[in-house]
Design a protein around this ligand. Structure first.
Ligand SMILES: CC(C)(COP(=O)(O)OP(=O)(O)OC[C@H]1O[C@@H](n2cnc3c(N)ncnc32)[C@H](O)[C@@H]1OP(=O)(O)O)[C@@H](O)C(=O)NCCC(=O)NCCS
Length: 157
């Protein structure tokens, strides 16, 4: 059943779960770079939003967005495997993109693993275009595809 999920800003107490999700769902086989301390730094960082969807105390989905003047960069994004294909990722991404639009940022960019077919399809379904491949992006071990979503047409101005 598809339910409307509430997107909220993460608290420090969510950091350990987010970090573990990054290790298991995003960084698997690459080495673990988003440890708890780095997530807490992102929660504190004024240029970043760490957004979550929770079920009680459990983090179901999270996304980390960094806002520049012209481009917002989606740093990390994942939904728990047993909650996928329920539009939770879509709601979270739309929430993060809305914050970029409100901040006057016209574009969202990201890199994802070249072999992440599901992720790439998800982003394409949300208007992202694949603009290039970055060889060895992940510690020289694996390539990334760079994706960009122009938000201009969605702004109200
Ligand atoms: C990619 C991911 C975030 C999608 O989250 P989700 O909540 O399942 O996505 P949604 O339910 O909102 O999907 C919206 C649409 O995106 C597309 N999509 C999502 N996952 C897909 C998949 N695995 N394969 C193909 N298309 C997919 C579909 O068009 C889907 O609509 P549909 O279910 O009506 O066909 C989730 O699979 C995930 O966490 N993957 C592992 C981590 C990851 O890849 N993160 C992104 C890169 S860092």
């Amino acid at each position: 059943m598809i339910r409307e999920s509430q997107v909220v800003l993460a608290r420090h107490t969510d950091a350990a779960q987010i970090s573990r999700m990054s290790k298991e769902l995003i960084e698997h086989d690459l080495g673990w770079s988003w440890k708890q301390g780095r997530i807490i730094q992102s929660i504190r960082c004024p240029d970043r939003n760490v957004a979550v969807v929770k079920n009680a105390q459990t983090v179901v989905a999270f996304g980390i967005m960094e806002y520049g003047l012209e481009v917002a960069h989606l740093l990390l994004f994942a939904v728990q495997p047993d909650r996928r294909r329920q539009k939770i990722g879509s709601q979270l991404l739309e929430w993060l993109e809305e914050t970029a639009i409100v901040a006057g940022v016209g574009c969202v960019s990201l890199e994802t693993r070249l072999n992440n077919r599901g992720g790439r399809r998800f982003y394409r379904a949300h208007g992202f275009e694949e603009v290039g491949v970055v060889r060895g992006y992940y510690s020289g071990q694996e390539s990334a595809v760079r994706m960009v979503h122009q938000l201009h047409n969605q702004s109200t101005g």
